[in-house]
Design a protein around this ligand. Structure first.
Ligand SMILES: [Zn+2]
Length: 487
C-alpha cells in the first residue's frame, strides 16, 4: 500500500481512500481475532441485525441504481430463493436484488440482503456460475460470518453504519454519501477489515455453497470454475481486480479445496438454463449504450444456422429498441410458438403490443399468462402496468394492493405502481402515502415525512388508514431523529 499523501484531505475523500486502499486480505487474518464466543455480551441480536439490514437496503437504494426490470429481477429472486430454500436455514428471510453496475461484484449485507451486479450476471458463462456466487453469499449469511463487522458498527448511528456498509460492499466508487463523511476514518477502516472475509470463512462458504448447489440440482463445479476464472483473468491481464475478489479473497489452496468438494458430487446437476441465457440477452440489450451495434451483434448471432433462442430473443428486443416492431413481433411470435408457456416470451410480446398501439392484445396476453401462472409477481407487475396504461386503474389498484400484502420486502416498484393507480382513481392521499414509502426506501426519510403529513391532511382518509399512516409517521420521525416534528 502506498503511503498516504501528507496534505490534508476532506474527510469524505480521506475515508473513501482508506476504504479503497485497504488491502483485500493481506495481513487481515480473522484467525487471529478473538473468537466470537469471547464477547458473547456484545453480540448483535437478530432484531438488531434485521434493523441494520433494512437500513442497509435503504442506503443501497440511495447509493446505487437497482435493476427494476420485472423479468431480470424476477429471475434472480427466483434463483436465489430456490438456493436459499436448500440452505441449512431455509426459513431465513433472504432478499435478492440486482445492482445496475458493470463491475463484477456480489455481496451479502446484514439481514440476508444479497446483491449481485449486472457486471457479474454478464461475466457468468452459465447459470451454475451465477448460482455458485449466490450460494456462496447465502452461506456467508447462514454461517453468520459478518457478525464481527456488524458489531464493529454498534457504536455508530444506524444510518451511518448502514451507509458505510453499503458503500464498502457496493465498491465505494459509487458513494457520495453524507453518512460516510460523518464517520471517522478509523471506523471505516475497521469495518472494511471486518467485511473482508477471512480465508477460513471463504473455504467454509465454498463448502456449504457447493452443498446448496448440489441439493438444488445445479452443477457444483460452477463455483470453483467461476472463482478460478476471475482469479486467472486478473493475474493474466493485470486488470483491475474485480470488486468481488477484494471482499472474497481467492487463493490457490481455496480453489483446489473447492474443486475437490465439487468432485465429491460430480457433474450431476444442471449447468445452464434457457431462462438464464434469455435474461442475459435482455440485460445486454437494455444495458447497451450503443443500441445500433448491439443490434448488429445479435443480427450476426441470430443469422447463424441453428441459432439458439437467446440470439433470436436478443435480436427481437434490439429490433424493438431500434424501431422495427414488426420484425421484432415476428421473431417473438416464432419463439412463442416453439415454447408457448415461457413467461419471458409472453411478457416481452405483451410489452411490444402495448408499445406498438395494441393495448387490448397486450392486456389479453398478460391476463391469459396470469391464468397460467396465478399470483406470479413478474407477470402481475406487467399486468398492472398494462391496466394502468389502458385506463383500468381500479383493477390495477386492487391487484397491486394484493401484491403488496404478499411482498413486504421487495416493494419500491410496487409502490410506484400503487402511487400511479391511486392518482388515476382520485385518491391523492394514497398517492402521497405510497410516495412516502418510496422516499423512505431510498433513505430520504425527511421527504417521506413530508409526504405523509400531506397525506394526513386529507379528510377522506378513513379511521384505520389514518391510524396506520400516523404510526408510520411516528416511526419515520423517530428514525429521522425529529420526534418533535411529528405532532
Ligand atoms: Zn466470500
Amino acid at each position: 500500500m502506498k503511503p498516504k499523501a501528507p496534505k490534508p484531505l476532506p474527510t469524505a475523500l480521506l475515508v473513501l481512500s482508506l476504504v479503497l486502499n485497504t488491502p483485500g486480505h493481506a495481513g487481515v487474518s480473522g484467525d487471529e481475532l478473538p473468537n466470537i464466543g469471547d464477547s458473547t455480551g456484545a453480540l448483535i441480536t437478530p432484531a438488531q441485525e434485521q434493523a441494520l439490514g433494512r437500513a442497509f437496503m435503504r442506503s443501497v437504494r440511495q447509493q446505487a441504481r437497482l435493476v427494476d426490470d420485472p423479468d431480470i429481477q424476477g429471475y434472480v429472486v427466483q434463483l436465489g430463493q430456490r438456493l436459499a430454500g436448500n440452505s441449512d436455514n431455509p426459513g431465513y428471510p433472504f432478499t435478492f436484488f440486482v445492482v445496475d453496475d458493470p463491475t463484477i461484484n456480489a455481496f451479502a449485507g446484514p439481514g440476508g440482503y444479497i446483491g449481485v451486479h449486472t457486471g457479474l450476471l454478464l461475466a457468468a458463462r452459465n447459470e451454475s456460475e451465477l448460482a455458485g456466487v449466490l450460494a456462496h453469499e447465502i452461506a456467508h449469511v447462514t454461517q453468520r460470518h459478518l457478525l464481527r463487522a456488524y458489531e464493529a458498527t454498534q457504536r455508530m448511528s444506524l444510518p451511518t453504519a448502514a451507509a458505510m456498509i453499503a458503500a464498502i460492499l457496493l465498491g465505494a466508487a459509487t458513494s457520495s454519501d453524507a453518512g460516510i463523511a460523518a464517520a471517522t476514518a478509523i471506523q471505516a477502516g475497521s469495518i472494511q477489515r471486518q467485511l473482508n472475509f477471512t480465508r477460513t470463512n471463504e473455504k467454509e462458504a465454498d463448502r456449504i455453497g457447493i452443498q446448496i448447489l448440489a441439493r438444488t440440482g445445479i452443477d457444483p463445479y460452477g463455483m470453483p470454475g467461476f472463482f478460478e476464472r476471475l482469479q486467472a483473468t486478473t493475474r493474466l491481464y493485470g486488470s483491475r481486480m474485480p470488486e468481488f475478489l477484494s471482499t472474497h479473497p481467492v487463493t490457490t489452496s481455496r480453489i483446489a479445496e473447492s474443486l475437490s468438494r465439487a468432485e465429491q458430487y460430480g457433474h450431476k446437476g444442471r449447468r445452464d438454463s434457457l431462462t438464464f441465457r434469455l435474461v442475459r440477452a435482455r440485460l445486454k440489450v437494455q444495458g447497451s449504450t450503443d443500441p445500433a451495434r448491439t443490434l448488429k451483434e445479435f443480427e450476426a448471432l441470430a443469422d447463424e444456422k441453428d441459432a439458439p433462442p437467446q440470439a433470436r430473443y436478443g435480436l427481437a428486443l434490439a429490433l424493438a429498441r431500434e424501431g422495427d416492431p414488426a420484425r421484432a413481433r415476428r421473431l417473438l411470435k416464432a419463439l412463442l410458438r416453439s415454447d408457448p408457456d415461457r413467461i419471458i416470451y409472453r411478457t416481452s410480446l405483451a410489452e411490444l403490443d402495448m408499445d406498438d398501439g395494441r393495448p387490448q392484445q397486450g392486456l389479453k396476453r398478460l391476463a391469459d399468462t396470469l391464468k397460467l401462472y396465478p399470483g406470479d409477481v413478474t407477470v402481475s407487475r406487467y399486468y398492472v402496468r398494462a391496466l394502468l396504461r389502458n385506463g383500468q386503474a381500479e383493477q390495477a389498484r386492487s391487484l397491486v394492493l394484493d401484491l403488496l400484502k404478499r411482498q413486504p420486502r421487495d416493494t419500491p416498484a410496487l409502490y410506484r405502481l400503487l402511487a400511479q393507480a391511486a392518482s388515476a382513481t382520485n385518491r391523492p392521499w394514497e398517492t402521497r402515502a405510497a410516495t412516502a414509502e418510496i422516499y423512505y426506501m431510498r433513505g430520504q426519510t425527511h421527504a417521506a415525512i413530508s409526504q405523509l403529513k400531506q397525506a394526513l391532511g386529507y379528510k377522506q382518509l378513513d379511521y384505520y388508514e389514518r391510524a396506520r399512516l400516523e404510526a408510520r409517521l411516528n416511526q419515520f420521525s423517530r428514525e429521522a431523529g425529529s420526534d418533535k416534528e411529528a405532532h
